[in-house]
Design a binder for this molecule. Sequence first.
Ligand code: TPP
Length: 323
Amino acid sequence: MTEQKERELYFWLRLVREFEGRVSMLDKQGKIQGGVYSGKGQEAVVVGVCHDLRPDDWIFPLHRDLGAFLLKGADPKRLMAQIFGRREGFAKGKDSFLHGGDFSHCIFGATSMLGSTLPVAVGSAYKFKIRKEDRVAIAFFGEGASSRGDVHEAMNFAGIYKLPVVFVCENNFYAYSTPNELQFAVEDVAVRGPGYGFKGDVCSGNDLHSVMKAAKKAIDRARGGEGPTYLECKTYRYHGHSEHDRATYRSEEELVTWESRDPVERWEVYLEKRKYDVAAIKAETAQRVKKIVDEALAFAEASPWPEGPEAMEDLYAMPIPEE
Ligand SMILES: Cc1ncc(C[n+]2csc(CCOP(=O)(O)OP(=O)(O)O)c2C)c(N)n1
């Protein structure tokens, strides 16, 4: 990997952390519309999976994947406006972050019914295959969603047709307050992959190298016509399920154990071992990401609220004109 690439990856890790950190803070100030589901602690998953995707690959993020939007090229200003429920947001002020997608960057919005984006991701992968398009679909989901029927149906179909899709399970050990041992009776949920006729792989979701390596294999497999992968990334969310959840169902010791495996700090150690001037890189990156987030915030706050009648716009697809 070149030094430039290593620094770029650090920039992404820090940008995601800064953006999400700011959103959590703004939520406490009562400025955010809707819930805030922080992915703090899980940054290496979205960076490792999305950093090398092509503009026309599609991603299907879950509610905790704000970072995936940034990686896939969504404008941070519009993203913040979306979170603020303003007109300049992707949904033009009709929704919070939760369901907002950015089709211009091939980002599908999350759904409230967890796991139900997977059949959509599989549908798009089916279309890529039928039209012989060199594209992949990345479907993110939590280990909680892994228990849903939609997820099973999507994976079964994708296995039969060997579709170019990667199923990325962000296993952060809790689905709201439900721990893994009450979620499934297996250690690694990725063991289900072979049951659908494709590979299951497990990686450390807090180690960027580990995610990148596993994601590359899975994406290459999809592009090469070898079908899907069930990629499980073991990770941990530092915050509660959402900002209103104090997460009293887990111990302080457990949280601290995971914080000691922090993905951003881990990458800093790596840069140090590479003998780069890490103090300078940290200072420069901090300034760079702060500027991006400050500008996004100023833009969102200046963006108007939608007017009442706009609520009726964009509700239906335009009919396809007859030839
Ligand atoms: C089908 C469905 N069941 C329950 C819920 C309520 N709910 C919202 S988030 C959540 C936890 C999801 O856990 P997981 O899928 O592991 O993702 P995580 O939040 O841990 O990233 C639950 C149970 C929902 N939104 N949809």
